[in-house]
Design a protein around this ligand. Sequence first.
Ligand code: GUN
Length: 282
Amino acid sequence: MTVILDGKKLRDELLEKLAVKLASYPVMPKLAVILVGDNPASKIYVNNKKKTAEKLGIISDVINYPATVSENELLEKINELNNDKAVNAILVQLPLPEHIDKTKIINAISPIKDVDGFTPENFGKLLTGEKPYVYPCTPKGILLLLDKYGIEVDGKHVVIVGRSNIVGKPLAIMLLNRNATVTICHSHTKNLQEITKTADVLISAVGEKLIEDNMVKINGVVVDVGIFKDETGKTRGDVDFANVSSKTAFITPVPGGVGPMTITSLMLNTVELFDIQNQKKS
Ligand code: GUN
């Protein structure tokens, strides 16, 4: 019998603890979210972030722009938020429209307010093994979930499918910093199945139907970061859950696995940045 890595349950536990901690705060942390355009998935994610923040009493300000917004307008807003003492955390929801240079926008965020850990200072520190102000939300959430279920990665072969700056790359470094042997696969990888079958821990972050039961190691761990609607409108992940789950020792569901952990990490990061800015010990 496989064990389901229950992201909702861990989210509830961690957010309950966070609410207790926040009850002693004289001032609530504030998260500013910039949302450009009307990508339906981004709108849902941002709405979930806002709702979760509100439940905790974290102040959230969602700033909406049309897809036609100029790069300069966004840079000006980021500059304003950087200088606003009431704002502790800034998130620019990705993806951004094609005409906007994503790197330029992310690099404009003050590293001490960079709640995603995506700026060069935070990402660079992650890479060199120094402590960034905060760790990227999805990788952090995945590691919290593995920790909760006592899944050690030291010396294990962890295979990540997907090389994005949001998940694959930072997650690989964080696992390496925990002494895992890490392989990153992507769209140009040859013989994907041969590699994924050797994974003690397989993490798929692609966003399409990909992982079948003949691609996983018997009694391994499978983490599914993908979330999308299939042709019937059903929400699913990269992994064929029904068939793969009969082979694994541990597996995340979609929904209810990694997704809630990403939002939880965002809340934790917002409070961590508030504490750093106010030099509090947690
Ligand atoms: N889009 C999808 N995931 C993320 C994330 O973790 N952070 C940001 N900023 N945008 C995203």
